[in-house]
Structures are given as structure tokens and as C-alpha cells.
Design a protein around this ligand. Structure first.
Ligand code: PBG
Ligand code: ZN
Length: 354
């Protein structure tokens, strides 16, 4: 018989309330435990006193897609509620995001022209550079993080430059172009840069070159553990960044690995990363926890497009309570150890949390 921390003598049989059906007692009565965890679950106020995990709008980062043109609001079919916006519409949307108390906006560019070298990514007059200037001008207090990658800008859709005569992304050539991209974002006024390419050594190179160019105060949010995931499908629709050949398994991580994620995280920290990111989020909560515990560094988790679209689809069918299911998912990501959460639900969730 288990011990409940007090003497057996004092244990009393529970007195049944009148009218309550009593279960058949065909053996010795069990002493009731002195510990009853339900006591602190009785009321909302009691639950609030002992809640371990907090989810606030300030923890959330809203991704947004900016595209060329005027007055464009191009809905993404696989991501209800998300649209590619031209700059003035993005600035308006950013006002709502800021008003909802969302912590930051993460910007992805959808350029009108692409080439083999992703030139649009590091063009000072590129779509992201122009959008950042407009955003910081209109909403100076809203934190703007820029995605640093080439896949939206390359004609083949890979995250870097393809080495001649091969089907492989050339790591070191790509790293140079990523650093150029990060510098042009910083020059435009980005508050932080977030390399999502998974090339080796890019954090060190970006840090070094940012510092040389006078941007030593611009933090790097490194996608340290970015998995080759099937959950990116809707994003690739939105950004037009599906690889023309092959896949990204030659540079993104194998979903079966977790110890490797810790190595990636430690390397990125050594190279100068300020925040580490794990992506996707819900299928990788164990990785979020391991990276947090191993490094103690600020960790973000990216609740990706596929995770968003699944919730939206189930909600549209009336199969789940969208608000409750979403807040539960986001709370779980925080509970696993994430400080910040990148999520397409950021604005909506922030409005629910108000
Ligand atoms: C590309 C990039 C991807 C995402 C963010 N940056 C997709 C990919 O690797 O193909 C995915 C985000 C999402 O699914 O929401 N560097
Ligand atoms: Zn990419």
C-alpha cells in the first residue's frame, strides 16, 4: 500500500454525501491521500495562482509576406487569413499587429523577378529593403526581423547558389551572399536578421561582416535546428519557393535527429547567434526543450505554415474549437521552453489574449 505522508491511523474513510451513489467496497477502504492536486484546480483564480506557463502577445512574432505592386492583397489559398501584401498594405497591417501588442514582425519577400544567384535578396532597392524602410518609418517601435535566405529570389528555388555542373548548393559562395543580404537589411533599418538557409558557418560570417559594416548592435536570430519538413508546403505556395529540382534534405536537418540539433545550436552560439530557433514547433517540442536546456540561450520556435493550415482547416470544418486549440498549441510551445514563438496566428492570438 502506498504511503501518503501521514500515519495510517489518521486516514479516514470518506463519508459519502447523501444521494451520491457509493462505489461497491469489496475490500479494505483505501485511505484518501492528503495530497489532492484537484484542490488548486477548483476555480479560475486558484488555477491562475499556480499557472506555470505564461503566454502573452509580446512572446509572439507575426510572419508577413511583402510583394511588389500597389494595393496588392493576394490571399494565400492554403493559408486562410494570410496574404501577400504590397508595401502600403503591409504598413497598414503592421499597424494592427503593433496595436495588438505582438512582439515583432518577421518579413519575407516575394520578388517579381528571380535569377540563378538570388540577386534580389541583396539588392538595396529590393522588396524587403524597401518594405523595412517604410515599416520603420511608419512604426518605429515595432520590431522588424528579416528573413535572410535566397530561396524566394533564386529561379531554381533553392536556399543558395547551385554549384556549376552539379545539383548541389554551394555552401561557401552562398554564405557570402547571405552576409551581403543581412547587411543590406541592417542598412535598411532591420532590428534583427534571421538566416533560415542552414548553410554551415553563415552565422559567423554574417556576424563578422555586420560588425565590420558598423552594425554590431543588430542581433542574429539563427534558425539553428531547421528540419527538412513536410509542414512547409503552404509557405512555399505563399513565397513561390518550391525547389524546381530535388529537395532541401542536403542542407536542412533530418527529422529523426535531436542530438544534432544541440550541436547546431552550440555552433551557432559560438559563431555569435543571439537567439536560436527550432522549426517546425509542435512536432519538435522535444528539440525545443533540449536546445533550451543545453544552451540556456534565448530560444524561438517557429509554428510553421503547415501547423497553421491544419488548425485553420479543422476549424473551418467545425471539427475543433479554433481559439482553444490554438492557444493550447502556443502554450505548449512555451511550456517546452520557447521564449518567443513565430506563428501566423500571432495577431489573432494576441487579440484573443487581450
Ligand atoms: C526558407 C524558409 C521556409 C520557411 C521559412 N523560410 C521554407 C523552406 O525551407 O522551404 C518555412 C516557414 C513556414 O512553413 O511557415 N528559407
Ligand atoms: Zn530558403
Amino acid at each position: 500500500m502506498p504511503s501518503y505522508g501521514h500515519s495510517q491511523k489518521r486516514a479516514k474513510r470518506a463519508r459519502p454525501v447523501e444521494g451520491t451513489p457509493t462505489p461497491p467496497l469489496n475490500s479494505q477502504p483505501m485511505p484518501f491521500p492528503s495530497t489532492r492536486l484537484r484542490r488548486l484546480r477548483r476555480t479560475d483564480a486558484l488555477r491562475g495562482l499556480v499557472r506555470e506557463t505564461e503566454l502573452t502577445p509580446g512572446h509572439l512574432i507575426q510572419p508577413a509576406f511583402v510583394t511588389a505592386g500597389e494595393g496588392v492583397r493576394d490571399e494565400v489559398a492554403s493559408m486562410p487569413g494570410i496574404a501577400r501584401l504590397s508595401i502600403s498594405n503591409l504598413v497598414e497591417e503592421a499597424g494592427e499587429i503593433a496595436a495588438a501588442g505582438v512582439g515583432a514582425l518577421m518579413l519575407f519577400g516575394v520578388p517579381s523577378v528571380k535569377d540563378d544567384f538570388g540577386t534580389g535578396a541583396y539588392d538595396d532597392e529590393g522588396i524587403v529593403q524597401m518594405a523595412v524602410r517604410a515599416l520603420k518609418d511608419a512604426h518605429p517601435d515595432l520590431v522588424v526581423v528579416t528573413d535572410v535566405c535566397l530561396c524566394e529570389y533564386t529561379s531554381h528555388g533553392h536556399c543558395g547558389v547551385i554549384r556549376e555542373g552539379s545539383a548541389e548548393v554551394d555552401n561557401d559562395v552562398t554564405v557570402e551572399l547571405l552576409a551581403k543580404t543581412a547587411i543590406s537589411h541592417a542598412e535598411a533599418g532591420a532590428d534583427a536578421v534571421a538566416p533560415s538557409d542552414m548553410m554551415d558557418g553563415r552565422v559567423g560570417s554574417i556576424r563578422h561582416q555586420l560588425d565590420e559594416e558598423g552594425h554590431s548592435g543588430v542581433p542574429i536570430v539563427a534558425y539553428s535546428a531547421k528540419y527538412a519538413s513536410a509542414y512547409y508546403g503552404p509557405f512555399r505556395d505563399a513565397a513561390g519557393s518550391t525547389p524546381e529540382f530535388g529537395d532541401r534534405r542536403g542542407y536542412q536537418m533530418d527529422p529523426a535527429n535531436a542530438a544534432e540539433a544541440v550541436r547546431e545550436a552550440e555552433l551557432d552560439l559560438e559563431e555569435g547567434a543571439d537567439m536560436l530557433m527550432v522549426k517546425p514547433a509542435l512536432p519538435y517540442l522535444d528539440v525545443v526543450r533540449r536546445v533550451k536546456e543545453a544552451t540556456g540561450a534565448p530560444v524561438a520556435a517557429y509554428h510553421v505554415s503547415g501547423e497553421y493550415s491544419m488548425l485553420k482547416a479543422a476549424a473551418a470544418n467545425g471539427w475543433i474549437d479554433e481559439r482553444a486549440a490554438t492557444l493550447e498549441a502556443l502554450t505548449s510551445i512555451r511550456r517546452a521552453g520557447a521564449d518567443a514563438i513565430v506563428t501566423y496566428y500571432a495577431k489573432e492570438a494576441a487579440q484573443w489574449l487581450r
